[in-house]
Design a protein around this ligand. Structure first.
Ligand SMILES: [Fe+2]
Ligand SMILES: [Fe+2]
Length: 271
């Protein structure tokens, strides 16, 4: 008799483990081990520039299962995007368990489902960037933004969003060529409708800093052209949970988070 064994994937996002004591982290890993997971989907904001690689190594060592991850804006704090990306790429390349999706091809999970992902970045294009007075720590704690004026920040955010959109476009098309379903793991909500803040959609002051229109436009265009395929996006960044159906075949789950209280968002079971 042929049989299938379900794949159990735990989804985490915005765990910010740099704000969690070692004792509490060890307890969290023990809780995750009890779930008998086959793999972990880890959205960004894991730590900060000086801690993220060590925390990734610690998670891998404690869980010893494949860990598919992306980085979030906090992972670059007190460092730079360039140096953290280099360090994380090195750490993942040397690890049996760590897979950084931002540097990976589409990953087949089952016969019907593949996984792709990218860190992504809020690209400034949703809401009203130039009227917004929101000043994220990103703009004073990440090397690439230091000393930049508003116009320069906007150009940088646009470029980071475009990079994510271009990468995901290629990876999603690879995935859909061979699989009916694709899971997209990313840090930043790709649509206005998925940019939750305390049960509502973020306003025009916050949207520029919390959503990525470049990625959303690209994902929606691809899925409109693939009506027989489905896409599930898993994102975080706003720390407020919510669900959005963008198209009949495209849904977005946004994870919730509280600093100091890392949690398992959900277990996905794939047949
Ligand atoms: Fe976060
Ligand atoms: Fe974030």
């Amino acid at each position: 008799m042929p049989y299938t064994i379900g794949l159990r994937l735990g989804w985490l996002t915005d765990i910010h483990l740099n704000f969690v004591s070692l004792l509490k982290r060890v307890g969290f890993y023990a809780q995750l081990r009890q779930e008998k997971l086959d793999g972990l989907l880890l959205g960004g904001d894991i730590g900060e520039a000086d801690t993220v690689t060590g925390l990734l190594a610690e998670i891998a060592d404690r869980l010893r299962i494949p860990i598919y991850f992306v980085l979030g804006n906090h992972d670059f704090y007190r460092g730079s995007i360039e140096t953290v990306r280099e360090a994380v790429a090195r750490e993942a390349a040397a690890s049996r368990w760590l897979r950084w999706l931002t540097a990976s091809a589409a990953i087949p999970l089952t016969a019907s489902t593949a996984l792709v992902g990218h860190d992504s970045w809020a690209d400034g294009r949703l809401g009203n960037f130039f009227r917004s007075e929101v000043m994220l720590n990103d703009y004073v704690l990440i090397g690439e933004f230091l000393g930049s004026n508003k116009q320069e920040r906007y150009a940088r955010l646009n470029a980071l969003g475009d990079e994510a959109a271009g990468f995901l476009d290629a990876r999603v098309r690879e995935a859909l060529a061979l699989h009916r379903n694709v899971i997209v793991l990313t840090h930043v909500p790709p649509f206005r409708e998925s940019c939750w803040h305390e049960g509502r959609i973020s306003n025009d002051d916050f949207l520029p800093h919390f959503a990525c229109r470049a990625v959303g436009d690209r994902l929606a265009a691809i899925m409109a052209g693939h009506p027989d395929h489905t896409m599930t996006v898993l994102c975080g960044h706003t720390h407020s949970p919510g669900f959005a159906r963008i198209l009949d075949n495209l849904v977005v789950n946004t994870g919730g988070a509280s600093y100091g209280e890392p949690s398992l968002q959900r277990v996905l079971e794939l047949e």
